[in-house]
Design a protein around this ligand. Sequence first.
Ligand SMILES: *Cc1c(COP(=O)(O)O)cnc(C)c1O
Ligand SMILES: [Zn+2]
Length: 404
Amino acid sequence: MVKFHYKCTDCGKEYKRDEVRYLCPLCEKSYKPGIPLKGVLETVFDYEEIHKNFKKEAPDWTLFSAVEKEYYPPFAVGNTPFIKVDRLGQQLGFSNLWVKNDGLNPSGSLKDRASFLLVAEANRLHENIVVTASTGNAASALAAVCASAGKQAVIFVPAAAPKAKLVQIILSGAKIIPIKGTYDDAFDFSLEYTKVRQGLNRNTAYHPLTIEGKKTVGLEIFAQNGFKIPDVIVVPVGDGVIISGVWKAFHDLKMARLIQEMPRIICIQAEKSNAIHNYIVSGQYKNAENPDTIADSISVSVPSNAHMARRAVLATNGFSLTVSDEELLDGQALLARTTGIFAEPTAAAVVAGLSKIAEKKLVAKDKQIALLVTGHGLKDIDAPLTRIKMPAAIEPKLEALDKL
Ligand SMILES: *Cc1c(COP(=O)(O)O)cnc(C)c1O
Ligand SMILES: [Zn+2]
């Protein structure tokens, strides 16, 4: 395994692997519930070591892993398809449009990647309980990976999470604790729980390996694209950890001198759950007052990783857009109709965002664009059901058919 240490993204202080577990202890002192996390740790590898050992002919991706392979749980995450979607491209006027379909992970979302690495870390630390707060997908992912590894998942979710996600959590044998309140309330409560009670906390960005787990999606895009970077990657953003993970993948590749340039990273948020978007556009951070959206996976008032997410966009000459719930559902339908991919409303934000990018001519027609589809449509069928009309049933007779 390649050596690594942690570095605080706020004050720059460096820590050995087992010297810290969650946030930078110095910066954590100024963190309180109601603001984005302070002192989020970045994993810094020995990049020369990666450079020396990485071979394109037989790539060893564990060189980029912050947990030894021997601790990996028996759960097959990632290696999801990366495909060119010409029919969608034609609709929107782009000639080199691709989808990374991460809804095809075992529990149906990209969150499997972070939960996988966290459970590996729990194995290394001999922790039998892993705790998380989640809008739903991180919890169903953690519940599934814990089931594969024989660990106990303890899950705090807002009581209003989509039913399919709750069913997944319960069937996987997790201990589920629905919270009267929002995802933000569940987040704060779970921190208190692991501080005072027990377990390894998997809250997004709070544990630095959530970013490392999610970065594997970026490494895969690079590999599946013939060891080239796409020009642009479009990411749906809630807490800002997936987008930071995408940035981290290409940052690691660049530091290891395997690429020269970074792709432009584009942030898409829901109109009302727009704290990171506002922060990128105005430079001023402000909580989203009422993050009410059908895109439940990106509904958050206080995004835990706001600072790093903003940096990912600004450092790569990216930009940020918001989309309305109507646009999300239009995007979901357009994606399904032109590619056959059924994405949850949150994941379809990237299609809605791309429609706006096309309208505003923000990216040239011939650039290679990768849309990150983060979650499966079967996770939440209630949202699109509001606008679907099921035809009435008829007798199985041709006359009945002709009368329609
Ligand atoms: C969690 C999630 C996101 C957003 O990821 P963040 O790291 O919170 O920004 C996007 N799409 C889906 C399907 C998710 O579950
Ligand atoms: Zn610090």
